[in-house]
Design a binder for this molecule. Sequence first.
Ligand code: ADP
Length: 477
Amino acid sequence: MALFQTIKTVSLTYEQPTGLFINNEFVPGVEGTTFETERDVDIAVKAARTALNGEWKHITPSKRGQLLSRLADLMERDTETLATIEALDNGKGVGMARGDVAASAGCIRYYGGWADKIYGQTIDTDSESLTYTRHEPVGVCGQIIPWNFPLLMWAWKIGPAIATGNTVVLKSAEQTPLSALYAAKLIKEAGFPPGVINIISGFGRVAGAAIAAHMDVDKIAFTGSTLVGRQILQTAAKSNLKKVTLELGGKSPNIVFPDADLDDAVNWVNFGIYFNHGQCCCAGSRILVHESVYEQFIEKFKQRAEQNKVGDPMNAETFQGPQVSQLQFDRIMGYIDAGKKAGARVVTGGARHGSQGYYIQPTIFSDVNSDMSIVKEEIFGPVCTVQKFSTEDEAIELANSTSYGLAAAVHSKNIDTALRVSNAVKAGTVWVNNYNTLHYQMPFGGFKESGLGRELGSYALDNYTQVKTVRVRINAK
Ligand code: ADP
């Protein structure tokens, strides 16, 4: 099995590594399959465990930081290749993918900066003792990522785990394994010791489930659907009670008050739902608009959505490419049909874009009610609903009438309205007069059924460290 393939795209030619990245080498799966199996997971976990107990243990925190920083530099150096891979593999526009690479490298560098700034405390209880805490690595971390931001999710997971001295077995999504493997090559080039970061491709039910059940994995970090998140938590509980963090689905409200700058709000609402073709866990898919500006908003939003450039991912001007797979395309079209059948009004879109490929027109439904599946369920595509409210209390009630709680937004020029509503909405992130502006310095995660724990920012470091208390007795003279 050739482990590198020459890929020629319209803009560049590059060597794509394949196989399993283990101990800094690309190797074939033990059973000769393209997607790795349970046995491969076991080999990767052993490599990570050996690395944890070896050279890595003695590497200084500042050296860990330097390695991450070097990795970030290499990712930036190879921006064009990585962005092209993302466009090819995921379908996102290459211009948008360049933004993903910049954010991914930024995240890795940011956590490199944290590596030598992780401190415990000294706790003064009495004169006969010295008590202090150490923030120790959790150990071998299993990380399972989705297909919507393949490289960015790789960076969100690897950055904090490595900064805090852990080792990693990361499984990419079966739909989008390529950027994870290309970036693995950069891990070796950056000079990480073998086995510190191991990357496998594999199906969720096989390789993902094997990571969740593995008795020698100390922690699992998962980003994906709420359904699978529940299974991971159960599997962790049934196996070795590995620590779990989950970043799951959402049905996030985007609330427009009558005193908002309407054009500005329309732009952010448009970006909130259609960015990444609606394939964002935090997508602003439920738009709540005050009745006094409802019709005006819908007219402006329709015009704005129709201007989104849908098309070839290899075109740098493309805002919206195809959905990731036939399965996702069919699911989304199923929701669109269900919305129509339930009597919702199609303001724009509501059909496939063109005659081939998984392209879907940016779709807006209005005249919906809270019982419709398009209002209740995560669609994960370029489809949103617009609902009317008359009072602030009603807006808050509608915003919170979901089992999810990942994100929300408020559009208003009134600081009191913006802050009151931000405080009342049950969501892990609230954007005021903007949307989807994630940043690696800001914690991100879910209230309610949208997840457990926080990624990014200094908060993510807690997921990857365990606190040890040391109490020393001081003999009296
Ligand atoms: P999506 O529906 O967006 O594909 P999933 O939650 O199915 O989201 O997938 C997200 C990630 O979880 C992928 O890497 C996938 O392979 C993995 N996965 C899917 N099912 C399982 C499972 N039962 N156990 C562990 N990982 C899984």
